[in-house]
Design a protein around this ligand. Structure first.
Ligand SMILES: [Zn+2]
Length: 312
């Protein structure tokens, strides 16, 4: 009788590859090298908690790579002499380590600030993922840990994607200067090939307090909440309900429009534009032209295959 050859992972009872079995294998081989018996499997409790999470394997694999410092961050790529510069490409302020990407970078802390009250007040000075993980399990509870792991992966992995065929995509971002009562905006519109159609860099002066709050909520601080609200069928009765309802009405009058929230990794060009607009006195609009400050970003996003542009 002929039996088809089958690839079997012999380190798992069911013969299936899993991050947990790969980890135990590595752990055992390290112990074996040190002359210890492979039966002793004192797997770190913190990892154990992670394996029990009800999340897809890809999220566990991400956490495993992050916890072992083997994600291709700028710092790790610099150590392997693949890139020269280890500075974070998003905030351009500090070296891009694993903890910088998923916790300390403003792009990450903005996300956690919206997550829940406990995380809002959490210190940025965490520099070890496993110890942060243990503290989080104690404070937040296991139920939410799966969601936290998934968001950590999203923050790191989300990249700009071209719109689907015959669609265009608009990305926007804004920064609010409360002291000067100014709001700066960056808008990018690109086609299905990733070619730039329109770029807008602008600002709004004399934004008074209530308007600052509303604009801030709408454009940046609570962008995720606003996007959820705009996509919700039920009437919005919150403080910014009137803006949400007006947006819904406008969007429903257009055919084939949708609004979705993206993390800053997927919004790099619009974010850079909004930041650059700090130096502007007037609004600038480019048609089928790209300003210098975002040329590298749009070129990378235009030419990269899904996901691969993260590592350049
Ligand atoms: Zn950063």
């Amino acid at each position: 009788m002929e039996v088809e050859d089958k690839l079997v992972w012999s380190y798992d009872e069911k013969g299936q590859f899993s991050v947990k079995s790969a980890y135990i294998l590595e752990f055992d081989s390290k112990r074996a090298k040190r002359g210890e018996t492979s039966r002793v499997r004192e797997v770190d409790r913190r990892w154990k908690d992670m394996w029990k999470l009800k999340v897809p394997e890809k999220v566990k694999l991400f956490m495993w790579k992050a916890g072992n410092e083997i994600l291709p961050t700028r710092r790790n790529l610099q150590l392997r002499k693949i890139v020269e510069d280890s500075i974070c490409p998003i905030c351009k302020e500090i070296e891009e380590t694993v903890m910088h990407v998923i916790w300390q970078c403003p792009a990450a802390s903005d996300v956690w600030a919206e997550f829940n009250k406990i995380l809002q007040k959490w210190s940025l000075n965490e520099d070890d993922l496993l110890s942060l993980w243990k503290k989080l399990v104690d404070k937040v509870g296991k139920a939410e840990m799966g969601e936290i792991a998934s968001v950590m992966r999203e923050i790191r992995n989300q990249v700009w994607k071209k719109p689907r065929e015959s669609f265009i995509k608009a990305n926007w971002d804004a920064t609010v200067d409360q002291k000067e009562k100014k709001m700066r905006i960056g808008v990018m519109i690109r086609d299905e090939e990733g070619e730039v159609l329109v770029v807008v860099e602008g600002h709004q002066r004399n934004v008074d307090q209530p308007a600052v709050a509303k604009s801030y909520a709408l454009w940046k601080g609570d962008a995720q909440l606003i996007v959820k609200a705009v996509n919700n069928q039920e009437e919005d009765r919150s403080v910014y309900g009137s803006i949400v309802e007006a947006s819904k009405k406008l969007i429903s009058s257009w055919k084939d429009w949708s609004v979705e929230f993206v993390y800053r990794n997927a919004n790099e060009a619009a974010h850079t534009l909004a930041k650059e607009a700090l130096h502007l006195d007037t609004e600038i609009v480019w048609i089928e032209e790209t300003p210098n400050c975002i040329r590298n970003i749009t070129e990378r996003e235009r030419t990269c295959k899904e996901g691969s542009c993260l590592y350049q």
